[in-house]
Design a protein around this ligand. Sequence first.
Ligand SMILES: NC(=O)c1ccc[n+]([C@@H]2O[C@H](COP(=O)([O-])OP(=O)(O)OC[C@H]3O[C@@H](n4cnc5c(N)ncnc54)[C@H](OP(=O)(O)O)[C@@H]3O)[C@@H](O)[C@H]2O)c1
Length: 339
Amino acid sequence: MSNDRPSDQDRPNLEQGAAPNTGGQGKYPPGYDPVTHTYTPPIGPDGRPIYPPGYDPATHTFKRPEPSSAAAGCPVDHEHRHEYQHVPPALDADGDRRTMIVTGASRGIGHSIVRKFADEGWRIITISRHAFARNSCPWEAGPEDHVQCDLGDREQVPLAIIDIKRRIGQGKLHALVNNAGISPKGPAGERLNSLTTPMYTWMQVFHVNLLAPILLAKGLFDELKAGHGSVVNITSVVGTRVHPFAGAAYATSKAALTALTREMANDFAPHGIRVNAIAPGEIITDILSPGTEEKFLPLIPMKRLGRPEEVAELVHFLCSEASSYITGEQININGGQLL
Ligand SMILES: NC(=O)c1ccc[n+]([C@@H]2O[C@H](COP(=O)([O-])OP(=O)(O)OC[C@H]3O[C@@H](n4cnc5c(N)ncnc54)[C@H](OP(=O)(O)O)[C@@H]3O)[C@@H](O)[C@H]2O)c1
């Protein structure tokens, strides 16, 4: 899963100074919220934000220090070490390891989702077109649990399902996050509207953004049922109104995914599987078009773009017991963009 961009993988330096917002544990820099993994910098006397060492304001990431549990004040528990990071595995009520699938995990929102769930001790099976890249994906079992698949290829998706079933081995699937999505532009980067979108593009977009989610959920139905699983479909703010950058095929595929979420929730609920959607607004990832910030900051009441890790927190909520009676919902995460 190669990625040339700086990833959102990195957390603040645990060796840094006092942390007024973390109970004075001294683990996090001021302004960092370890619950949401977000960072709001303090403002200096000149009115400019003050960033701590290692923080990159362009990508909202910290350069990760060398992992050292002892330095963070946590003794290493060798008995509960597992293949991702040195956190205890997340177990379900039967004592089975919580297992999930995330599509499009190589960068952006998907990458943040994997980091969040890895930190929580889940086993994560990832899907994307590219091979696993050790240098940008710090979860240990990645190469063994990565499925290389083009979700736009109707012949590859069934093969990926067979591969995943083999990996799970008639076990449980506790979550399926349909995150991969594409938003093609014209040759000069222009928006493709309903008159200018080529037929091939319509079909490719709908296969990746709409059909792959239902093919995966249906193909892995038995495993999801066994795990009382949660399906989360990543839709978009563009499903409800015309957007200056997102094209007609993308927007309509996301609107259809919202409708599919509703249908799936109704059909899967009797089998103990919840299905919900998350509709992000403008989140800082590769998918954004140049000029997004200039265009949208005046329109977003919170006056900033969203961060992938903020979406990941919401995905985790929808895959946890905390949301056990929520199904068929779409939750917006957009800083108030639709108000
Ligand atoms: N960022 C936003 O502002 C925003 C707003 C609304 C909704 N969303 C939605 O959020 C989801 C994640 O978006 P993002 O911003 O994180 O996008 P991104 O940075 O462009 O990442 C897209 C991911 O999808 C994978 N992918 C793309 N085509 C694929 C294919 N044919 N088969 C398998 N994997 C494929 C990519 O991996 P490979 O290249 O390795 O295949 C990559 O990991 C998408 O569904 C997007 O529509 C994003």
